[in-house]
Design a protein around this ligand. Structure first.
Ligand code: F6R
Length: 597
C-alpha cells in the first residue's frame, strides 16, 4: 500500500533523510515513488517507476532544502506511470500533495474541475486534491478544511503550500498517519517504524483530524477547525525491531523468529492477564462466534474456529472479511465477533469491525501492530507479540495468531465449563519442541516442486487449513499456481488433474485421520502422482507404500501440531522463490498492509 513521508529539519541532508525513511516503507509494497523538496517558494519534484533505487539513481535536485514530502505508490486508480506517481501539483503550482487511501467521488470532482477548465495530467483519484485546494478561498487551513469536506472515501495526506515555508499540513480520515518531533526535526509517516531510530514519542492522528506541523510546534484541529489535544505515544522496541540482522531477507529471519514469538507470547500473557475482560458475564449470553480476517489471517481464523468450537460447543465460523459485509450476516448482541489482523489496518477487516460495533456484537481482536486502527478500536485486544513483520508474506504472525487462538479457546473452555486449566502452561509444552525445519530436505523438495507441472496441498480438518496456508505461501512468492483442498474432496473432481507430472503434499498430524489421508495418497499414486507426506506421527513402513517421501517435523502433542506444521512450508516457499531469482520479501503486485477495500 502507498506510503507517505513528510520531513522538516535544519540540516541540508533533507533529501537523504526522506529517502532513508521512504525505504523503511518499502515493505508495504509499491510500484513507483516520488519526492518533492521545498525551497524558496518552489517545489522540486522527482519521480521514478519501480524500486526506490531508481528514484535515487537519477535524483539530481541541487538545492539545499529543509522540508519535503515523498511517497511510494501502489497503483489502484490508474496505471503505473510517472503522471500517476505522487507527489501531485495543483494547476497553479501552489500546492503539492501526497496521498494514501481512495477518494471515492473523484470522478464527480474531476468533472467539476473540468467545468472550470482545469485539466488533469494523470488518472489518479489523488490529483483532484491539489487542484481543489487551489480553488478554495480563505486561509491555508480553511482551504484545506473546505477541500477535505468535499472528499468521500479514505485519506491520509501530507500537503505543502508554497506560501508557508517549512510547514507540513497533514490530514487523516480512515487511513493511518503519524507524526513525531524532536528538538529540531519533524517527521510524518504512514508507519511509526520510521520513528524507531531518532524519536522518543510520536502522535497518531485521530480520525478526522488536520495537523499543522512546524519545527517548533505541532497543532491538531478537528474538521470544524477547533484545536484539539492529542496524547503522545512512546516509541517502543516494536518500532525499533525492523532490521534484517545477519539475514539476507526478512522472510527468512521472520520464520526463524517463530520460537521467540512463542516465548514472547508466554512471557507477555504470563505478566498481563489479557483475558481478564473475557469473563462469564461477557461470554454466557453468546450463542454464536464469528471469526473474521483476510488472506493468511483468514486461515488463522479457520484454525481458531476449529479450536474454539471444539472447546466451547458454541457455533463457530470463520469468514473472509471482504465477503462478510455483503453476506447479510446475522449479528446481534449475542454474537461474539473475533477480528484477526497482523497489520490492524486491513480495510476490509476494519469495516467489518465497524459493522459489528453498529450491531452491538461483542468484540475481541487479535492484532500484531499495537498502534493500529483495529487495535485502537477494539475493547478487548489480544496482542500477537510477534514483533514487527516486514516481509510481505505473513509467517511468524500466522503462528502467533494460532498460539493466541489456542490460548483463547482454552480460556473460554475454563470460563464456560467452570474449569481451571493453566492456559499458559498448556502452550508452554511447545517450548520443548524443536521448530526448526530440515533445510537439506527442504532444498531437495524445492527441486521437486520446480520440476513438477502441477502442485496440490491436501489435508483433513486442521491439516486442510494448513494446506490452504501452505498453498498461499507458495503462490505469493514463487508465482507457481497450486491447489489446496480437503483430502476427501479430491475424488469429487480435482483428481482428474492428477497425473505423473503432479506433486501432492499430504499433511497429516492427527492419528485418527491418518488412514483417510493415506487412502487419498493411494488414489493419487494410482494416477501416477508424486506424494510427499508431511507429518510428525509415528507411521509404520507398510502404511507408507504409496508415499514417495516423508518429511517429519518434531513430535509434540496432537493438539499442538497444527500450530507448527506450517513452518516447513513457509521455508519451502522461500527456498523455491530464491531459486527462481525472486525476492521473498517483496512479491509482485502485493502490499503488506491493504488499506483499501
Ligand atoms: C499473506 C498475507 C496476506 C495478509 C492479509 C491480511 O502472506 O500476508 O494474505 O494475511 O492481507 O492482512 P492483515 O493480517 O494485516 O490483516
Amino acid at each position: 500500500m502507498c506510503g507517505i513521508i513528510g520531513y522538516i529539519g535544519t540540516n541540508e541532508n533533507t533529501e537523504e533523510i526522506i529517502i532513508n525513511n521512504l525505504k523503511k516503507l518499502e515493505y508495504r509494497g509499491y510500484d513507483s515513488s516520488g519526492i518533492c523538496l521545498f525551497d524558496n517558494d518552489k517545489f522540486y519534484i522527482h519521480k521514478s517507476l519501480g524500486e526506490i533505487k531508481n528514484l535515487t539513481k537519477n535524483l539530481n535536485i541541487k538545492i539545499k532544502s529543509h522540508c519535503g514530502i515523498a511517497h511510494t505508490r501502489w497503483a489502484t486508480h490508474g496505471s503505473v506511470s510517472l503522471n500517476n506517481t505522487h507527489p501531485h501539483l495543483s494547476f497553479d503550482k501552489a500546492w503539492c500533495v501526497v496521498h494514501n487511501g481512495i477518494i471515492e467521488n473523484h470522478l464527480d470532482l474531476k468533472k467539476e474541475l473540468l467545468e472550470k477548465n482545469i485539466k488533469l495530467n494523470g488518472e489518479t483519484d489523488t490529483e483532484v486534491v491539489p487542484n481543489l485546494l487551489s480553488l478554495q478561498s480563505g486561509t491555508i487551513l480553511e482551504a484545506i478544511n473546505k477541500t477535505l469536506k468535499k472528499l468521500e472515501g479514505s485519506f491520509a495526506f501530507c500537503i505543502l503550500n508554497k506560501n508557508e515555508k517549512d510547514t507540513l499540513f497533514l490530514a487523516r480520515k480512515n487511513s493511518p498517519l503519524y507524526v513525531a518531533k524532536n528538538s529540531d526535526e519533524v517527521l510524518a509517516s504512514s508507519d511509526p517504524v520510521c520513528f524507531g531510530e531518532k524519536y522518543e514519542e510520536y502522535f497518531s492522528l485521530p480520525e478526522n483530524t488536520i495537523c499543522v506541523a512546524k519545527k517548533d510546534k505541532i497543532t491538531f484541529y478537528d474538521f470544524d477547525l477547533k484545536q484539539i489535544k492529542v496524547k503522545a505515544t512512546k516509541v517502543t522496541v516494536f518500532e525499533k525491531s525492523a532490521t534484517k540482522g545477519e539475514y539476507n531477507y526478512f522472510a527468512e529471519k521472520e520464520i526463524d523468529e517463530i520460537p521467540h514469538v512463542l516465548n514472547n507470547i508466554i512471557k507477555s500473557y504470563g505478566s498481563i492477564n489479557y483475558f481478564d475482560k473475557i469473563d462469564y458475564k461477557f461470554l454466557h449470553n453468546i450463542n454464536n462466534i464469528k471469526l473474521i480476517g483476510c488472506g493468511t489471517a483468514y486461515h488463522a481464523c479457520l484454525m481458531g474456529a476449529k479450536y474454539i468450537q471444539e472447546k466451547t460447543d458454541l457455533e463457530c465460523s470463520a469468514h473472509i472479511a471482504s465477503e462478510f459485509r455483503y453476506s447479510k450476516p446475522h449479528i446481534d448482541k449475542n454474537t461474539l465477533c473475533i477480528f484477526c489482523s497482523q497489520s490492524g489496518e486491513t480495510a476490509d477487516t476494519l469495516l467489518c469491525l465497524k459493522l459489528a460495533k453498529q450491531k452491538k456484537a461483542k468484540i475481541i481482536s487479535l492484532v500484531n501492530v499495537p498502534y493500529s486502527s483495529i487495535a485502537r478500536q477494539s475493547n478487548i485486544l489480544l496482542p500477537l507479540c510477534a514483533g514487527m513483520e516486514i516481509a510481505v508474506i505473513s509467517t511468524k504472525a500466522y503462528n502467533a495468531m494460532l498460539f493466541v487462538f489456542y490460548m483463547l479457546s482454552l480460556h473460554m473452555y475454563n470460563i464456560l465449563k467452570h474449569k481451571n486449566i493453566d492456559v499458559i502452561k498448556k502452550l508452554k509444552r511447545l517450548q520443548k519442541v524443536n521448530f526448526f525445519y530440515n533445510i537439506n530436505y527442504i532444498d531437495d523438495i524445492s527441486n521437486v516442486v520446480l520440476k513438477s507441472e502441477k502442485i496440490f496441498f491436501i489435508g483433513k480438518g486442521e491439516d486442510y487449513v494448513s494446506a490452504m496456508e501452505a498453498g498461499l505461501k507458495l503462490k505469493e512468492i514463487t508465482y507457481i499456481n497450486c491447489v489446496s483442498l480437503p483430502s476427501g474432496e479430491l475424488k469429487h473432481g480435482t483428481l482428474s488433474l492428477v497425473d505423473n507430472k503432479s506433486l501432492v503434499f499430504v499433511i497429516a498430524t492427527k492419528k485418527e485421520l491418518l488412514s483417510k489421508n493415506l487412502a487419498s495418497a493411494s488414489e493419487i499414486k494410482s494416477r501416477g502422482g508424486n506424494i510427499i507426506l508431511v507429518t510428525n506421527l509415528d507411521i509404520n513402513e507398510t502404511s507408507l507404500k504409496d508415499v514417495d517421501f516423508v518429511y517429519y517435523f518434531d513430535k509434540c502433542c496432537e493438539d499442538l501440531a497444527s500450530m507448527i506444521s506450517i513452518i516447513p512450508f513457509q521455508m519451502l516457499a522461500v527456498k523455491t522463490c530464491l531459486k527462481l531469482g525472486y525476492s521473498p520479501d517483496k512479491p509482485r503486485n502485493l502490499a503488506k498492509s491493504v488499506t483499501v477495500e
